[in-house]
Design a protein around this ligand. Structure first.
Ligand code: OGA
Ligand code: ZN
Length: 367
């Protein structure tokens, strides 16, 4: 990508093609002190009030700076590298981190360790990059007192409160309103598929784990989706098309949301999985379609539950697991309450928290 000038017009050249950049696009980016607030980087003018026919009177490029005089008297100096970055049309900080697909053979993933100044450190950037690569990250020795989990989450972004509270205590209890609060095994699932929006990131912090069982399990929904797409395209097709109803009922709330089990983005690429077969209801479709749908759901369930794709590990007190609830499925093995206590605390945060922190640390450390 190259920025070039010809007859007071600005062009971007990509390979052999050359396109003019609209003068108004450049004018909107006027960054003199009358036009852009230094601190907030917000505009001090309203571009919708300007004449869209604005023209360039003079332009030159010197030392990577494009200087333009517009015919409305405004002068602007733009860094051509920043202009070039805008052609990616996607956020670079996050989207340049490539997802690494994994299955049960995933062995040596780096665990991180908590320290007091973690949240503003370069290590935090590495934690977030690892999170975006694998869809999860484990931080060890996180303080276990006074609901530290909430402080932890709020130091990255903001906790997303739900009807389960700001945080929830995962332990076996009488009259549970969710099977998570029992000692039963939990098959791989995504959390809260019935919410709109579905919580992006789940944090589980282990406070006590005295039982022999109660292993944590994770499955990469991205890997499984790609396998299904390759091996069973007709199953992949129907699971990316049919919207099902997810429902959760409690004493004072009835939550419901409709979605495909595999959601694709506008480029037909993987975006999100939802899976919680205790909570999903497919609408009435023609019998032949339901026939295909049920076979497809069984297949994806078999894949999610297969040992081939699952990793299993024991959370130790202080371990904090942060996972992408749109990409990964999680679960746990059964445990026996007579062997001792098992106590995890959980909460949710959204992607804008981790993305915002990631961009901030990238800027701070010039990464
Ligand atoms: C949950 C959950 C897993 C565990 O609370 O959503 O899946 O290890 N818990 O208890
Ligand atoms: Zn869960």
């Amino acid at each position: 990508m190259k920025i070039e000038l010809s007859n007071n017009k600005v062009f971007y050249k990509n390979g052999t093609s050359s396109e003019e950049i609209h003068p108004f696009w450049l004018r909107e980016r006027a960054n003199g002190e009358k036009h852009l607030d230094k601190g907030t980087q917000q505009r001090l003018f309203d571009p919708t009030s300007l004449d869209v026919e604005v023209q360039i009177k003079e332009a030159q490029i010197k030392d990577q700076i494009l200087e333009i005089n517009f015919n409305d008297g405004v002068n602007s100096k733009l860094d051509i590298n920043l202009i070039a970055q805008e052609f990616s049309k996607k956020d670079i900080a996050v989207h340049s981190i490539e997802k690494i697909k994994w299955d049960s053979s995933l062995k040596s993933i780096k665990d991180f360790e908590f320290k007091d100044d973690l949240f503003e450190s370069e290590e935090m950037y590495n934690i977030l990059v690892s999170f975006y690569k694998y869809g999860f990250v484990i931080i060890k020795k996180v303080p276990t007192e006074d609901n530290y989990l909430v402080k932890f989450a709020n130091s990255i972004g903001s906790v997303r409160r739900t009807n389960f509270g700001e945080h929830f205590n995962v332990k076996s209890k009488p009259n549970p309103n969710d099977l998570a609060y029992t000692s039963l095994p939990l098959a791989p699932h995504t959390d809260n598929p019935y919410r709109n929006p579905v919580p992006c990131i789940q944090i589980l912090h282990c406070i006590t784990n005295e039982v022999k069982g109660g292993f944590s399990t994770l499955v990469d929904g991205f890997t499984v989706t790609e396998i299904l797409k390759k091996d069973n395209p007709e199953f992949y097709d129907i699971l990316t098309k049919v919207k099902v109803r997810f429902k959760f009922i409690d004493k004072d709330v009835v939550l419901e949301d409709w979605s495909e089990l595999i959601k694709l983005d506008e480029d037909n690429q993987f975006k999100q999985v939802r899976f919680s077969p205790r909570l999903d209801y497919v609408p009435i479709l023609e019998k032949k379609d339901l026939d295909l749908y049920y076979k497809a759901r069984k297949k994806i369930s078999d894949l999610y539950n297969s040992k081939k794709y699952r990793i299993e590990f024991k959370l130790q007190p202080g371990d904090l697991l942060m996972m992408d609830n749109h990409r990964l499925l999680h679960g746990r093995t059964e445990f026996d309450v007579n062997e001792g206590n098992r106590f995890l605390q959980g909460c949710y945060i959204e992607f804008d928290s981790t993305e915002g922190k990631l961009r901030h640390l990238k800027r701070k450390y010039n990464l």
